[in-house]
Design a protein around this ligand. Structure first.
Ligand code: NAD
Length: 464
């Protein structure tokens, strides 16, 4: 199926879906999707093992549960989200009835990355269907086993006039982007996000961009070092660091840097054993290109004076890079300028929290910012002085799973939000409908008399 045909086939049904695809039908479609995912659990585990060496527990927690819980949450709240909402008239609008009617945008495009290839393709699909849209999904070609499985799941569970999967790489994505989709939901790198937004400018499609960036961790004064080390190690080394909201680097008060890196080393050993390469709990890098990039970043930093605290072992044929911690990484190292997106964690000693906040504020807005602190004043200060897609206090990653919180970036880390009612809103047009009940505007129409001038003045006085 060509990208153009996939778009055209679905778009042909837009008008009929406006009236014929109500909340009950949307829920029924979502229930089928959930049942198919449940039925294919072992295939999902196998595909993610092939693509990323993802341990089954990680597959469940970060691929299956997010999609199934999005479906359950959506099914529970959809009636309320989709209902037309009456609004109060403003003073000048007395005598009217205003309603907001959420309506589907139409036919939408979802482009997914390879790092959580199932969750980041099917999660947005749940919101797209909930809002009443048809969707084309373009999974990542770099996770081929999962891409093929997504195509099978969709073909088996969902009507083909509602959802199509178009597999392929950059060329396919480019062709899809030239179709006049009504919305594009893109998850991937900021660089490709720019390409997507430029393409959307040509068709005036609206966009949601879920991008990445360098998400910092700050250990505040008096943070519990052991607990912080455990959370940071879990958030960083899950999926071998290939997580958009993974801690990218850690700022730690200089006096406790040694104690913190000791705690990190202990946590890594506890999680992955003395030889993480033999651990069933540790994932693999996606491919050779990514391996070479990370190895080069690591070697460059060490060559520039960075100190290896733990890790560094690498085996290309196994796409393996050990959980690695560095200190003394110079600011000019590429590691400190690009999103790392792998299991390498620079720990940076600081003397003054305000300098750290200024440094973060001077850089690109991150997707997540993590703070470990017990003092409320520090929590308030850091939240107020920085901007980021989201903030985790004494926790990493978990805000992704909270469906009553919007998930998304800001600036370089993204545009718009996903999950729960924000996902529904991303794929909806909130259409205002204004009904005139008492001919409110009549006295203000031409010919303009002294009375209409007086009335216009009165309206200004009351409302302006
Ligand atoms: P990527 O931008 O390289 O690719 C994402 C998708 O875009 C893929 O389907 C790919 O085929 C397509 N694509 C690639 N180049 C393209 C082009 N020139 N034109 C059109 N489409 C193109 O990203 P990736 O390497 O798959 O994922 C890693 C990035 O994604 C990281 O930056 C990470 O932080 C980010 N990410 C963000 C989130 C989030 O929720 N905000 C989640 C996961 C990953």
């Amino acid at each position: 199926m060509t990208p153009a045909a996939a778009y055209a086939d679905l778009a042909a049904g837009d008008a009929a879906r406006r009236t014929g695809f109500g909340v009950a039908q949307r829920r029924a479609v979502l229930a089928k999707l959930a049942a198919e995912i449940r039925a294919r659990e072992s295939e999902i585990m196998a595909a993610l093992a092939a693509d990323l060496g993802k341990p089954p527990v990680e597959v469940r927690i970060s691929e299956i549960i997010p999609v199934l819980s999005e479906i359950r949450h959506t099914a529970k709240h959809l009636k309320r989200w989709a209902r037309p909402r009456r609004v109060w008239p403003t003073l000048a609008m007395l005598g009217t009835r205003g309603t907001i009617r959420p309506e589907p945008k139409g036919t939408v495009l979802i482009i997914a990355p390879w790092n959580y290839p199932l969750c980041l393709a099917l999660g947005p699909l749940v919101s797209a269907i909930a809002a009443g849209n048809a969707a084309v999904i373009k999974p990542s070609e770099l996770a081929p086993a999962t891409s093929a499985l997504i195509a099978q799941i969709v073909a088996a569970a969902l009507p083909d006039d509602l959802v199509r999967v178009v597999e392929g790489g950059v060329e396919t994505a480019t062709e899809l982007l030239s179709q006049p989709f009504d919305h594009i939901f893109f998850t991937g790198s900021p660089a490709v996000g720019r390409v997507v937004m430029a393409a959307a400018a040509k068709t005036l499609a609206s966009v949601t961009l879920e991008l990445g960036g360098k998400s910092p961790v700050i250990l505040g004064p008096g943070a519990d070092l052991k607990k912080a080390a455990r959370m940071v190690a879990w958030g960083k080394f899950q999926n071998a660091g290939q997580t958009c909201i993974a801690p990218d680097h850690v700022y730690v008060p200089r006096a406790v840097q040694g104690a913190f890196t000791d705690a990190l080393r202990a946590e890594i050993a506890r999680m992955y054993g003395a030889r993480p390469q033999t651990s069933a709990s540790y994932a693999r890098l996606i491919g050779a290109k990514h391996f070479t990039r990370l190895k080069a970043l690591l070697e460059e930093a060490v060559g520039q004076g960075a100190r290896l605290v733990t890790g560094g072992e690498a085996e290309e044929s196994a796409r393996y890079l050990a959980p690695t911690v560095l200190t003394d990484v110079p600011g000019e190292a590429t590691l400190m300028r690009e999103e790392i997106f792998g299991p390498v964690l620079p720990v940076i000693a600081y003397d003054d929290l305000e300098t750290v906040l200024a440094e973060i504020a001077a850089g690109e807005k991150p997707l997540a910012l993590y703070l470990f602190a017990r003092d409320r004043a520090v929590i308030e200060r850091v939240s107020a002085a920085t901007t980021s897609g989201g903030v985790g206090v004494n926790v990493t990653l978990a805000h992704f799973l909270h469906l009553n919180l919007p998930f998304g970036g800001v600036g370089n880390s993204g545009l718009g939000a996903a999950h729960g009612r924000w996902g529904f809103a991303a794929f909806s047009h909130e259409k205002p409908v204004l009904e005139n009940r008492f001919a409110v505007l009549d006295p203000l129409m031409p010919p303009y008399t002294k009375t209409s001038a007086r009335l216009a003045k009165l309206v200004q006085k009351l409302t302006g």
